[in-house]
Design a protein around this ligand. Sequence first.
Ligand SMILES: CC(C)(COP(=O)(O)OP(=O)(O)OC[C@H]1O[C@@H](n2cnc3c(N)ncnc32)[C@H](O)[C@@H]1OP(=O)(O)O)[C@@H](O)C(=O)NCCC(=O)NCCS
Length: 243
Amino acid sequence: MNDRHRLAILGASGHGKVVADIAIQTGWQELVFYDDAWPEKRHLERWEIRGTLPMLLHDLADYDGVFVAIGHNTIRDVKLEELMRHGATIVSLVHPRAIVSPMARLGAGSVVMPGAVINAFAELGRGGIVNSAATVDHDCRLGDCVHVAPGANIAGDVEVGRLSWIGAGAVVRQGVAIGANVMIGAGAAVVADIANDQVMGGVPARPLPSSPGASDIGEGKDDPPPGASNVLHLDLKSPKGRS
Ligand SMILES: CC(C)(COP(=O)(O)OP(=O)(O)OC[C@H]1O[C@@H](n2cnc3c(N)ncnc32)[C@H](O)[C@@H]1OP(=O)(O)O)[C@@H](O)C(=O)NCCC(=O)NCCS
C-alpha cells in the first residue's frame, strides 16, 4: 500500500511552495495546506488551504504525513512541538537531486533541497532546512530547527546550536562551534567559535552593528514572516531575509 497518499503542509508561503514541489517529486499524491492566514487566504497556487493549525490538529487522522513549511526557525519549532504532542506523523522530504549519505541522520520534519549535499555521519535535529545547493559535511551536528540557507557551506565536524541560521552563501570552517539562536549573515566566513544569540557577518565574521546581543534576541521589532500571522504574541525577531 502507498503510504505517501495525503500530505498536510502547515505554512502556505514561498517556502511552502518549494516543499510542495519536493513532496510531489518524491511521490506524495495529494497535498493540502493549512495556514493561520485562513480563511482570508484559501489557495496557494493550485493547492487548497483547508484551515488553521487547530483545524489540522482535528484532521490529523486524514493524513499519511504532516510537514511544517515555516521558514522562521522558532515558529517552526513551536508548531512542530505542538503537532508532535498531538501524535502527528511528521515526515522529512529530500529532493531527488539532493545527496544525503546513508550514514547521515536527519531529524523528523527536515527538508533537503535540490543540489544540497549532506555527508557521512552528519546529524541534523528535527525541523532542519538544508536549502538549495547548501552543503553540510562529515560529522557536523546541527541542533533542532537549524536553517542552512542556499549555497552555504559548512565544513566537517562543525556544531550548530538549535534555532540558528547560516545565511546564504556563508562558509563555516571545520571544527567550529556555533551557539544556539545565532544568525550568520549572507556571505560570511565563520572561522572561530560563536556564542549563543549573536548576529554575525562579514569576512571573517564579526558581530554586526545591528547585533542585538544576547539580551535582545526575542525582543522582536520586525514583522513576523509570511504564514505566521497568528503568532505575533511570540514577539520574535525576524531579521531581513528570514522568510
Ligand atoms: C545578517 C542580517 C540578518 C542582518 O540583517 P539586519 O539586522 O536587518 O541588518 P541591516 O540590514 O539593518 O544592516 C545592519 C548593518 O549590518 C551590515 N550587514 C547586514 N548584513 C550583512 C552581511 N550579510 N554581511 C556583512 N554586513 C552585513 C549592513 O551593511 C549594516 O551596516 P552599517 O550599519 O555599517 O550600514 C541580514 O543582512 C542577512 O544577511 N540575512 C541573511 C539572508 C539570507 O541568508 N537569506 C536566505 C533566505 S532562504
